[in-house]
Design a protein around this ligand. Structure first.
Ligand code: ADP
Ligand code: MG
Length: 681
């Protein structure tokens, strides 16, 4: 693999531009695949043009002028035997005017639009035609992902150079018996310059065998990366934890219910892992309300009883606080000390928490990601539980490695809040073992979900107010702009004053991400104690919040949220014996696709079904959060499109680890050059 600057015509300036496209070497250039293709094989007569399509035209420049107007432009009249078009330029430079002198013959390619002078092409690509100019290209023309300052013709030229000079250096990194028979070099040649006869639709859908060959290799590389990481973690020493004899029994004895079959099964799997001297790394999946918290608490029992500390980490303050209350209630009764650590904690309280953690006085510590911080030292950390709602990245998970005693790593248990489709779990959590809690506790009443246009908001509000007067508890969720906590908070505040004015007799609370931790806590506490009937909230209540008596939820602007997120939010109700109800308010007009999305929630209460649909409709980024997808960083593969290749890719990755270890390093270098490096075994 050689530096990009060994190619003729690429100096420092161009190299810097290419770096923006993550192209550092000649090999990266070969793997920089077109995002689209254009057919420039035939010169089209100017009287045959349809507006909105792109064409290759050839003609003679008849006139050049600079019409007056708000924006300075250059208009070039080009004519062939059948008609004429105007070429329009707003960015005018010398080389351009040189090429477009009166009487010059040129070939241009661009999209036809209607402009001030009839049919016009804006900034077409231009080629001068001389006696030596050959026939138009006999291949499709590649359109590459590019960046400002790097034109398509330039990129094409660089790729061509790389193909000519370096495609023979390409190593085959997948043994041929495992792929579809396409030699890598041929696949790349084909994709950079497909013949005119190529099936453009197939190329657009990435189903051509040449594309499949590359997609497959990339998926294999990702699986190899996950498996090496997994193998690496698996050989790390961790404390052997014997199964709890008493603590677990005592915990269960406090509860008014029995474990479900699924909770029992998953608890056994965890207990088995903990008895090994190698680090556990297990993902527990389960639908909203399946009872993951209790499974985590039982895992903690084994570890605490063996004399090790346990850390429980949650992605939001509200959820961490709630876990802290639950765990304090459960464990302090059993003589276990529970400590609290959050980023907002300052001064004395913080120092005291740190001290208790370091000396081992705190046996169980609950907190936010503050627990990851460098200066937090545990005396004897045996287990880390992450209730993650896909907000922690793989690297953060690994950062915990160093928190154990010298030479040992804590066991790790990761709980997802939203079910993840199998194929996606294989890619995002392929380095973890997985357990699934596939059963809800008995006695849950299914949530009745309805979709209602925003025009009927007042009626909905009246109805909610009536229910609240009768003693029921409800959430009213305001979602304005997902990305902006500030705007969301403002929307929630406005709704809060509006509803409070309209229904002064109701006890109404407000909670959003911009409030102080203590304020949030006291509002949540009041709601939990049934002192508030109506809670106006932003999506901060999305994860984990557990108030079984709340049975009604209204979500405004539901069309803006992902299905899994809506399902997660909706999971705040339907937790008690009361019949539960969820109204999704949407803004009209709503697209067909929008209706269909909301209908899925109306029809299904099954988080796994909903997650599959969400993956189909919105892609993995929405399900996993940007952090995780960023970590996955696929170049040619798209999980929602290519998931049918994953099982085979996983198998081939296993084969490579077992029988072709020399391929591991080059595969990772080729496909995941920017991924953090771990010690490979
Ligand atoms: P999630 O899986 O969404 O994290 P939680 O752990 O918050 O779910 O549990 C949801 C509710 O179900 C809690 O109120 C919890 O006490 C209750 N719960 C957990 N396990 C059982 C069970 N086996 N039977 C009845 N209720 C249970
Ligand atoms: Mg939970």
């Amino acid at each position: 693999m050689s530096s990009i600057q060994t190619l003729q015509g690429i100096g420092q300036a161009t190299a810097t531009l290419l770096e923006k496209l993550h192209i550092f070497s000649t090999e990266d250039l070969l793997f920089h695949l077109p995002r689209d293709y254009e057919d420039r094989s035939t010169i089209i007569a100017m009287n045959q043009l349809t507006v909105g399509r792109s064409y290759l035209l050839e003609g003679v420049v008849q006139s050049v002028d600079f019409p007056p107007g708000k924006r300075k432009s250059m208009a070039v009249l080009l004519q062939d035997e059948t008609g004429k078009v105007t070429l329009r330029f707003y960015h005018i430079y010398k080389a351009l005017t040189e090429r477009l002198k009166m009487g010059n013959r040129v070939r241009v390619f661009g999209e036809v639009r209607v402009g001030a002078r009839g049919l016009e092409l804006y900034h077409p690509e231009i080629q001068a035609v001389t006696a030596q100019t050959g026939l138009p290209k006999t291949q499709l023309t590649a359109i590459y992902p590019s960046t400002d300052g790097l034109t398509q013709p330039k990129l094409r030229e660089y790729v061509k150079l790389a193909l000519n000079q370096h495609s023979d250096d390409l190593a085959e990194l997948i043994p041929s018996k495992f792929h579809n028979g396409y030699v890598l070099k041929d696949a790349l040649l084909y994709l950079h310059e497909p013949p005119i006869s190529a099936n453009m639709q197939q190329l657009a859908q990435a189903t051509h065998p040449a594309q499949q060959r590359l997609i497959f290799e990339e998926l294999v590389a990702h699986q190899v990366s996950l498996l090496t990481r997994r193998a690496y973690i698996r050989q790390i020493q961790a404390p052997i934890i014997q199964s709890s004899q008493t603590l677990g029994q005592q915990l269960l004895a406090q509860l008014p219910f029995k474990l479900t079959q699924a909770q029992q099964r998953v608890s056994k799997e965890i207990a088995h892992d903990l008895q090994q001297n190698k680090a556990m790394l297990r993902l527990v999946q389960g639908d909203v309300g399946a009872g993951k918290t209790l499974v985590a608490a039982l895992a903690a029992c084994h570890v605490l009883e063996s004399g090790w500390q346990v850390a429980l980490m949650a992605p939001t303050e509200i959820l961490a606080e709630q876990h802290f209350l639950n765990f304090s209630r459960w464990f302090e009764a059993l003589g276990i000390s529970v400590a609290w650590l959050s980023g907002k904690q300052k001064g004395k309280a913080r120092a005291q928490a740190e001290q208790e953690i370091a000396t081992g006085t705190a046996q169980l510590v609950v907190g936010t990601h503050a627990l990851f911080q460098e200066n937090i030292r545990f005396l004897k950390l045996g287990l880390v539980i992450i209730d993650e709602q896909h907000r922690f990245g793989v690297d953060q998970r690994l950062a915990l490695r160093n928190k154990g005693e010298q030479g040992s790593t804590p066991h790790q248990l990761v709980m997802t809040a939203t079910p993840i489709p199998r194929t996606l779990a294989m890619s995002a959590y392929g380095d973890l073992d997985t357990s699934i809690i596939d059963e809800l506790p008995p006695g849950r009443t299914p949530i009745q979900t309805v979709t209602i246009p925003l025009e009927r908001r007042n009626q909905v509000l009246e109805r909610i107010a009536n229910n609240c007067r009768e003693g029921k508890q409800a959430y009213w969720v305001c979602t304005l702009v997902e990305q902006s906590e500030t705007l969301d908070a403002q929307a929630a505040e406005a709704t809060y004053s509006e509803i409070k004015t309209q229904f002064p007799e109701l006890n109404i609370g407000l909670v959003h991400g911009k409030m102080k931790a203590a304020e949030k806590q006291s509002v949540m506490h009041a709601f939990k104690q049934n002192q508030l009937q109506l809670l106006i909230a932003t999506t901060v209540i999305e994860v984990g919040v557990d108030v079984p008596n709340a049975s009604i939820m209204v979500i405004e602007n539901a069309e803006r949220l992902g299905l899994s997120q809506l399902h997660q939010l909706r999971g705040r109700v339907g937790r008690g014996a009361l019949a539960s109800f969820c109204a999704l308010l949407y803004k009209t007009p709503l697209s067909q696709n929008g209706y269909e999305r909301l209908a899925i929630l109306r029809e299904s209460n099954d988080g796994f079904v909903i997650a599959e649909k969400d993956l189909e409709l919105r892609g993995p980024g929405e399900l996993l959060g940007t952090k995780q997808t960023g970590d996955m960083g696929f170049r040619v593969a798209r999980l929602e499109r290519d998931d049918h290749l994953l099982a085979q890719a996983h198998y081939v990755a296993e084969q490579i680890l077992a029988h072709y270890p020399q391929l591991i390093e080059p595969l990772l270098k080729r496909w995941l050059p920017e991924a953090p490096r771990y010690a490979y075994i």
